[in-house]
Design a binder for this molecule. Structure first.
Ligand code: 5GP
Length: 121
């Protein structure tokens, strides 16, 4: 499957549609989920065009991979929910249809601000 340039996160990256931005650097953009499932629900996405985690790990550079993984901790700290803040959170990526992925641009969900509870329902 080819990357779809018209997916909603591609449009957010191109600033064609707005987002409630939390953090940005050379590798990632982070913003609040439009339909929060927990008290804090953020998204962290790579700036490159990657459909899902498998596509990312196959095709992204080591710098991009490190940038995304580090970006998750940076965002959690910025949100005040990292272990450095004495808190915790859940980072979760849905991968393809069986994984429940709806937007075909790799993204990690960051859930926090309360007890997140059961891992899978
Ligand atoms: P997925 O099911 O693909 O893992 O998650 C996609 C997420 O993107 C959902 O949690 C959904 O609420 C969020 N989302 C969809 N459209 C938009 C949008 O236009 N803006 C933002 N901020 N989040 C969106």
């Amino acid at each position: 499957m080819a990357y779809d340039d018209q997916n909603i996160f591609a449009k957010i990256l191109r600033e064609e549609i707005p987002c409630n931005k939390i953090y940005e650097d050379n590798y990632v953009l982070s913003f609040y989920d439009i339909n929060p499932q927990k008290k804090i629900h953020a998204l962290v996405i790579p700036k490159g065009k990657y459909i899902d985690l498998d596509d990312f790990n196959k095709n992204a550079s080591n710098e991009e991979i490190a940038g995304l993984i580090k970006g998750i901790s940076i965002v959690a700290k910025k949100l005040g929910i990292s272990t450095e803040n004495g808190k915790g959170y859940r980072a979760l990526a849905n991968i393809s249809e069986d994984g429940g992925q709806e937007v075909p641009h790799l993204h990690f969900h960051i859930f926090g601000g309360e007890k997140i509870g059961k891992m899978v329902s």
